[in-house]
Design a protein around this ligand. Structure first.
Ligand code: BEZ
Ligand code: MG
Length: 970
């Protein structure tokens, strides 16, 4: 009888003219109810399915059979929305909280149903916390949210009922970071080719599309168009008059508080706000405006997020109200909408992503290896994800000087120790060749003993470079992977997943779907697995999924992850989710975490250091969702702790393992979490805080055997504080905020000295998350721990994502390193624990950057693969260089030869310089200027001639850019 919350949702749906069939299933398995009431002979009788249970579809709270759920939902093939009634808090506390749902609610009621394929988390009811006598304790509906749920369902159903020919679709591209030739770029994706293929497929499927003549035509109409006339980075498609904006923007006051009177300073000529993009029949392709604070040092210090700009709010309002889109497709990883301020999960009408997307059906083409940020988009902007493949990986191979060196090294190996003279000469040659490519320092001389050792080391290094895996080019939606690429990828998968070295012949035979060459054998399991991957890779699953999503069908769930380690990410074109958080870290991860922790300590000690007392570890959501919690397990292992599980094997807290079992002292671990980790793994935030608390309060243990305890006692003696405070070790952003913003500072180049970076980092990341899970702003505590850190590290989980590929690694690991330096006055070692191969390998940040520079940035195989995609390829190369500068700025551990060789390859080589500037003038100018900036900041010291050449190149490029604008004026 206590069903007012359900009744309220039914009424809200009926108020919108929808017919509702409510059904209730006993026994925690919804399938009988679905079969009985929602299907006729296996065909759906409903247009959408809404679950109000807060549980998985099959299994309820204790376990979930996601495969069965996904089968049922696929057969039903209608949108599946799972909404929540708050269970462990009152409606009022949800409404007030910055988190939204509690950790247990978010895990059980959102994360687990997502594994079934649900989307659109939204609170529809709960109990009131009103304790006045006579106040009702019954469940009640939240009227406004129930209405939003009804609106979303209604819009999905209208989409389903509409004809393709009249459907209006908005496609949104991004511009990150702004002003650098990055309009319309996305992670791993050849956006314009993919967009072109999508438009074409839509036209063929019956949409009204004016298809551009070619990919180039499409790109030109979007990026050039009338942009010169307006001085904008893309075509101006529409103007929102300031008066109209002021009249129709219902959140105007909130926006003006942050950005001043309309229209503000972004995308405007003072009279109107520009909507950037172009229309192709019934499809509008728009460019999402930037956050607006990227180059603004004062705003980047803010601990909390704030309002979107006038242009940002205007853009989404225009899509909804002027263009009247029936659905929006966010095209590639990723934009800013879902990172706008508001609750983490189960947003309210006050939260910005909810205000902006409102009831507009939202589909999001998202990189299949990024379940964490994808999940943020799913939860905070009610998106259904359509995963896309990341580029196939391949061995880096060798080139130029490295190839010559390798042949000398091979000759060396073939010589017997007796061939003394020849060995001597060859050693000299090897030395010269290695010097020429900066593999050994210039002044370094080898005695004959040293030569043997040095040459052995060089051999290993060159081998490591040759067999490193790198991503090959960019992915194009609508195109399968070529046969050669498949063969390379299958070999990499056999290596990563089965510890097997596949010959080229075998890999090619599988790629061609032919029998193995005579005499060759593979176990049936491995062969089947590789053949399955090959088949799926040679087909396109993404355009069909996009069309199906736009018909408002069901998009089945898929795990997110890296193909070489998790073939289940195929087929793509599915609604990606993370690993069940109740089972993170898994038993497997705990075992692996222990070995990785050992490996880290061994490397540190091998470099001549003592056993560290305090380690700073950076944790990201993605890494943990993909590895069942590997990095979390490392943290626990270092502290000597493990998860405490309930009778169902679900996570419920932490416990210590004994010192005897640990066999070494407990190491103090300070954790900095990405905002994404904090949002997606709230139970693990508490787990880590509890582990630190238990270690810090283990009274019977000698401080020399328990560094956590040792530091806690010292801290309490020095600062008069309680033990709960002294054991705080888990830090992240303020709720609702993400990132340290160093990436924006560095991209804009708007900072003076490195301490500013440390200051920005600590202001953003000084929120301590204790056992309660509620953060307390604690800059003093953070600084006090930073003073004693002996080393900092982070795991690397993905071949596709190196520390120089994206700006987030230096934003997090670089940021903490710089903060440690400012607090302690010393440069501590910074390591990267590479988990991309089964073994795992610990490198210093300097080694890692050198490896990535050699195997990627300077490697023709890597950059030519990107340059095939023209404009976007140049942007990727520029990003790699800017990120390298980010590491110099934060750690100072980038070797100067790196800048020299990048300059030689991309700027001093006239042919290359011309190619880059023709393809993407803005990004190539940025690249040259970035190298000059690096020299001005003393990260390298080019000789006069090189510097002069760089300056000339930069001026020449700027002239080209200005020439373009001059043409505009004329
Ligand atoms: C994360 O998953 O936590 C994350 C992903 C990308 C950038 C930063 C953090
Ligand atoms: Mg990101």
């Amino acid at each position: 009888g206590n069903t007012a919350h359900y009744d309220g949702v039914i009424s809200a749906l009926e108020a919108r003219g929808l017919r509702v069939i409510p059904a209730f299933a006993c026994g925690l398995d919804s399938r009988p109810a679905i079969e009985q009431y929602f299907q006729d002979n296996g065909k759906a009788r409903v247009d959408a399915l809404v679950s109000l249970t807060g549980f998985s579809l099959v299994g309820g709270p204790a376990y979930n059979d996601a495969a069965a759920a996904s089968d049922t939902l696929s057969e039903l093939d209608v949108p599946y929305l799972a909404a929540q009634a708050v269970e462990f808090q009152s409606l009022e506390s949800w409404e007030k909280s910055a988190q939204g749902l509690t950790p247990v609610e978010a895990t059980m009621m959102v994360a687990i149903p997502e594994i079934d394929g649900s989307t659109g988390a939204l609170v529809f009811g709960g109990r009131s916390g009103d304790i006045a006598p006579g106040a009702s304790r019954d469940m009640q509906v939240h009227n406004e949210r129930a209405d939003m749920l009804a609106r979303r369902v209604q819009r999905l159903i209208s989409l389903r009922k509409s004809s393709r020919a009249t459907r209006k679709i908005a496609m949104v591209l991004f511009n990150f970071p702004p002003n650098g030739g990055s309009v319309g770029t996305a992670a791993f994706l050849s956006v314009f080719s993919s967009l072109y293929n999508s438009l074409k497929a839509m036209q063929q499927a019956g949409y009204t599309v004016d298809l551009p003549d070619s990919v180039d035509d499409l790109r030109n109409r979007l990026l050039d168009g009338n942009s010169k006339r307006y001085g904008t980075t893309a075509n101006v498609h529409a103007h929102i008059e300031v008066n109209d904006h002021v009249r129709t923007e219902i959140h105007l006051a909130d926006i003006e508080k942050q950005w001043g009177a309309a229209p503000g300073r972004h995308q405007t000529d003072g009279r109107s706000i520009f909507v950037l993009g172009a229309q192709f029949g019934n499809v509008f392709v728009g460019i999402q405006p930037a956050f607006g604070y990227e180059g603004d040092p004062m705003r980047l210090l803010f601990e909390h997020g704030f309002a979107p700009t006038h242009a940002f709010a205007g853009f989404y309002r225009w899509l909804r109200e002027q263009f009247k889109a029936d659905a929006v497709v966010h095209f590639g990883t990723h934009g800013a909408l879902e990172f706008m301020p508001g609750k983490q999960t189960a947003l309210s009408a006050e939260c910005w992503p909810d205000r902006l997307i409102a009831d507009l059906p939202n589909f999001y083409l998202y990189a299949g290896n990024n379940p964490s940020e994808g999940t943020i988009a799913k939860r905070r902007s009610a998106a259904t994800l359509i995963s896309y493949q990341t580029p196939p990986v391949t061995h880096a191979g060798l080139y130029k000087g490295l190839l010559e060196l390798k042949s000398s090294l091979e000759r060396w190996r073939s010589l017997t120790p007796e061939a003394n003279d020849e060995r001597g000469q060859l050693a000299d040659l090897i030395h010269v060749q290695a010097c020429a490519i900066d593999l050994v320092p210039d002044g370094d001389v080898w005695s004959s003993d040293q030569a043997v050792e040095a040459i052995a080391k060089l051999t290993n290094t060159v081998l490591e470079y040759e067999y490193s895996l790198i991503p090959n080019g960019l992915h194009v939606v609508g195109e399968g992977v070529s046969q050669d690429e498949r063969a390379g990828l299958l070999a990499a998968m056999a290596d990563a997943g089965h510890q097997l070295e596949l010959s080229n012949d075998i890999a090619m035979a599988i790629a061609q779907d032919k029998p193995l060459p005579a005499g060759e054998q593979l176990s049936a399991d491995v062969l089947d697995a590789l053949r399955r991957v090959n088949t799926l890779l040679s087909q396109d699953h993404e355009l069909p999924a996009l069309l199906h999503a736009l018909d408002a069908g069901f998009i089945p769930p898929a795990p997110g992850g890296d193909l070489i380690r998790n073939p289940d990410v195929l087929p793509t074109g599915r609604n990606m989710h993370g690993f069940d958080p109740m089972r993170i870290p898994s038993a497997f991860a705990m075992k692996d975490g222990e070995s990785q922790a050992k490996r880290l300590l061994a490397r540190h000690i091998a470099d001549g250091n003592a056993l560290p007392e305090t380690i700073a570890l950076v944790l990201w959501g993605t890494d943990n969702l993909k590895s069942e919690g590997g990095p979390i397990a490392q943290a626990l292992s270092l502290m000597g702790a493990k998860p405490r599980l309930d009778g169902y094997g679900r996570l419920c807290g932490a416990e210590l393992i004994s010192l005897e079992e640990l066999g070494r002292p407990r190491i103090d671990v300070m954790l900095t979490l990405s905002g994404i980790f904090r949002d997606l793994l709230p139970l693990q935030v508490k787990l880590l805080a509890e582990a630190a608390f238990l270690a810090g309060t283990a009274q019977d243990e000698a401080p020399e055997q328990n560094f956590v305890r040792k530091h806690v006692l010292a801290h309490m003696a020095e600062h008069d504080c309680d033990i709960e405070t002294a054991t705080l070790r888990v830090f992240s952003n303020a709720e609702g905020a993400y990132g340290s913003n160093l990436n924006h500072l560095i991209d804009a180049g708007c900072w003076n000295d490195e301490d500013e970076l440390a200051e920005t980092y600590t202001r953003r990341k000084c929120f301590a998350y204790g056992r309660s899970g509620t953060p307390v702003k604690s800059p003093a505590m953070l600084n006090s721990i930073l003073k004693n850190v002996d080393l900092a590290y982070q795991n690397l989980e993905s071949v596709e994502l190196g520390v120089t590929t994206i700006d987030h690694y230096f934003d997090t690991l670089g940021g903490i390193s710089r903060a440690i330096k400012r607090s302690s006055g010393t440069d501590v070692p910074v390591y990267v624990s590479d988990q991309t191969r089964s073994e795992g390998k610990v490198r210093t940040i300097s080694e890692q950057i050198a490896l990535e520079t050699r195997t990627r940035t300077l490697n023709p195989k890597w950059y030519e693969g990107l340059l095939e995609h023209g404009y976007e390829g140049v942007r990727n190369i520029e990003a790699q260089v800017s990120n390298t500068v980010g590491w110099s700025a934060t750690t100072g551990q980038v070797q100067p030869w790196i800048y020299k060789q990048i300059t030689q390859t991309f700027v001093l080589d006239e042919n290359m310089r011309r190619r880059l500037s023709e393809l993407n003038p803005a990004a190539s100018t940025k690249l040259a200027n970035r190298l000059i900036e690096a020299s001005e900041r003393n990260y390298w010291t080019p000789d006069e001639e090189t510097l002069e050449a760089l300056r000339r190149a930069s001026e020449e490029l700027e002239d080209i850019m200005e020439g373009i604008s001059a043409e505009a004026v004329a």
